[in-house]
Ligand binder design. Structure first.
Ligand code: SF4
Length: 303
């Protein structure tokens, strides 16, 4: 895309981030695998001993895994249904078969990153939560997690803007929300072992929070209480160098114009961190993608 950070700019940025003690980088999109020089980018962070995670739509995984696989401790693939029919209809793209080819390639390799599936729940797939877990097991991935569809922000680009425009076709109606609560309650019992082994990364409570979120969208409940310290432990840097406290809050500078040390502790971001900490931001109350890293995680180096 025009104006994206060059490889050389990213290499310099990697060094600056490392000087700040960066431990973990998550590449998300858009789609990171579209960048031809992506292996060079991964290599820059690898040389600095930074743990790397890839969040991908999976379309280019089969083609590019050989080049990039060695850099990652985890690859997370977005998959919204256990069949081509469901996934492709939600994504509007004939993608399912190609994604599964990529998954099969990765699971066939013995020394490979952890492979995870992330499913965004909405009207067309909320009844398939349990089949989705069974499907994830059948294709050999290591774990699965669920998020509710975000219809309240325009983060993550055009896809979500379309979702917002078609909100009623995506969120659950009153009867469906009642059904969803029953489905989740039943699956919590049925998949008890999968929670214990962490094959399902979410906790039973966080899945019940997904139900509450859909209830809140209809005004039938409050939004679940969010605990998030994303701006205190992480930062988002876009492909054009904009720096954000998290995916959902606005930019507070650009790494092309200022150094990281000028940016990450400026007065604007310090005050925002306090606001997040004190639950003062409206946006945080409806957020579906929080991050809550405990101090012990830092001590154990498990960011
Ligand atoms: S709750 Fe959401 S919007 Fe608020 S800081 Fe965390 S990630 Fe950002």
């Amino acid at each position: 895309m025009p104006n994206e950070l060059t490889l050389s700019e990213i290499q310099q940025l990697a060094k600056q981030l490392s000087d700040f003690g960066l431990r973990h980088i998550v590449f998300s999109g858009g789609e990171p695998l579209l960048r031809k020089d992506f292996p060079n980018i991964c290599d820059a962070f690898s040389k600095l001993n930074v743990k790397q995670t890839l969040l991908t739509n999976g379309l280019l995984l089969e083609k590019r895994f050989t080049e990039i696989g060695k850099y990652f401790s985890e690859i997370i693939i977005s998959l919204d249904g256990p069949t081509a029919e469901i996934h492709n209809s939600i994504r509007g793209l004939e993608a399912f078969d190609q994604i599964i080819k990529g998954v099969k390639k990765v699971v066939s390799i013995s020394n490979r990153p952890q492979l995870s599936i992330r499913t965004v729940l909405q009207k067309r797939n909320f009844r398939l939560i349990s089949p989705m877990i069974d499907f994830a097991k059948s294709i050999g991935v290591n774990r699965i997690s669920f998020l509710p569809v975000d219809v309240l922000s325009d983060s993550f680009g055009r896809f979500n803007k379309e979702l917002i425009a078609n909100r009623q076709e995506i969120i659950l109606n009153e009867e469906e929300v009642i059904e969803f609560r029953e489905i989740v309650t039943t699956m919590i019992e049925k998949h008890k072992h999968d929670f214990e082994t962490k094959f399902i990364s979410d906790t039973p409570e966080s899945l019940l929070n997904r139900v509450q979120y859909f209830e809140a969208l209809l005004g039938k409940n409050t939004f679940p209480q969010n605990y998030c310290n994303a701006p205190n432990v992480s930062t988002v840097i876009t492909s054009t160098g904009e720096i954000q406290p998290c995916f959902f809050l606005p930019t507070f500078g650009n790494v092309r114009q200022n150094t990281l040390s000028q940016l990450v502790n400026n007065s604007q971001i310090r005050s925002l961190r306090k606001d997040v900490q004190n639950n003062k931001l409206e946006r945080c109350t409806t957020c579906v993608c929080t991050l809550n890293v405990q101090p012990t995680a830092a001590l154990l180096n498990s960011f």
